[in-house]
Design a binder for this molecule. Sequence first.
Ligand code: FEO
Length: 398
Amino acid sequence: MAVPAKVVSVAPGIYWVGVEDWHRRVFDALIPVPYGTSYNAYLVVGKTKTALVDTVDLGSSAELLAKVSAIADPARIDYVVMNHAEPDHAGSIPEVMSVAKNATLVATEKGVEMARMQYQVPEKRCLAVNDGAVLDLGDKTLRFVSAPWVHWPETMFTFVEQEKVLLPCDLFGAHLASDRLFDDEVGDALLPLAKAYYAMIMMPYAKMAASALDKALALRPSIIAPSHGPVYRNPGRIMTAYETWTRGPLQNKVVLTYVTMWGSTQRLAQAAASGISAEGVEVIPYNLEMVDLSHLAADLVDASAIVLGSPTVLGGPHPLAGYALLLLRTLRPRAKLGAFFGSYGWSGGALAQTKGALEPLKMVLVDSVDIKGPPTEKDLERAIELGRNVARKIRGGR
Ligand code: FEO
């Protein structure tokens, strides 16, 4: 027996026709997605025209088309709106456009360029739209809102005016495959997932995300239906969270990442952590040998300081610490306070290279402890003092 195509009504005439990817465990060859993800596509059926807003990844085209068929003949889709060109949402465009032979692809000007390059959509089948452009579907109007860099330069939102449903693609998403589509059905598990998603996808463009948030707020949507994870029937829930993550106050919190080979750096880490705690500031330690990147990234969203511990290996930081530094430069957290501790056997180097790596982030190195050999009692006291200094700096800045 064939499994019936699951289609969910989001609002009158607007249907979720997306695909849940229960088995995916890594995204972009980097991001852990322990609960899978979904590729949300939406069919908007107007009195005179039908639009498919976003598609799904390449391997799921058949499932998408089966779901569309449950509502309308896919061959009669008039518009395929591409809010974003990344293949998890646009990978099925060639197949959809070949079935919907008369459909026009709608995207920003940059989006059209990408659709032509990535998906070989002929120019005559593309319609480039500017910020504020509208498309009449009969009793429904799609308004397009330019929202660059959430997540690529071509991204935009689609807003269904009559129903006030915002389809923002990646913005406001979460990596979660679930048989429950709406945010209130998922409960408290949702926001930590949305925060980890924000950290890995949006934090590098936090200013653009804040500006996109302003555009979303101005639309006063009644529903926000992103392209990954649940649909928000309570849009205030995710917009308030984005307000905090993009520009809210940082927390009295230190992310302390470290790697150790023979235990010296770990002992310094424990000492530094106790110094931070002693000043009443929260410390979240991450041993880089076994870190879950999405947890670390989520904590970077609102941490006030980042402390790195690493032994010197071959004249520089341990490769795992080097990876952490690269990750910081990629994710660009808002914390501007840093510190370093570590040990070396015969010559240092990790500290100098860490300083250089932090420069582009404009982080201030509050303190550093770089010792030769295993830590003595005096060294451990210095590490405690380092922790205290970082914590005091945080508290003093408030
Ligand atoms: Fe979900 Fe940037 O793609």
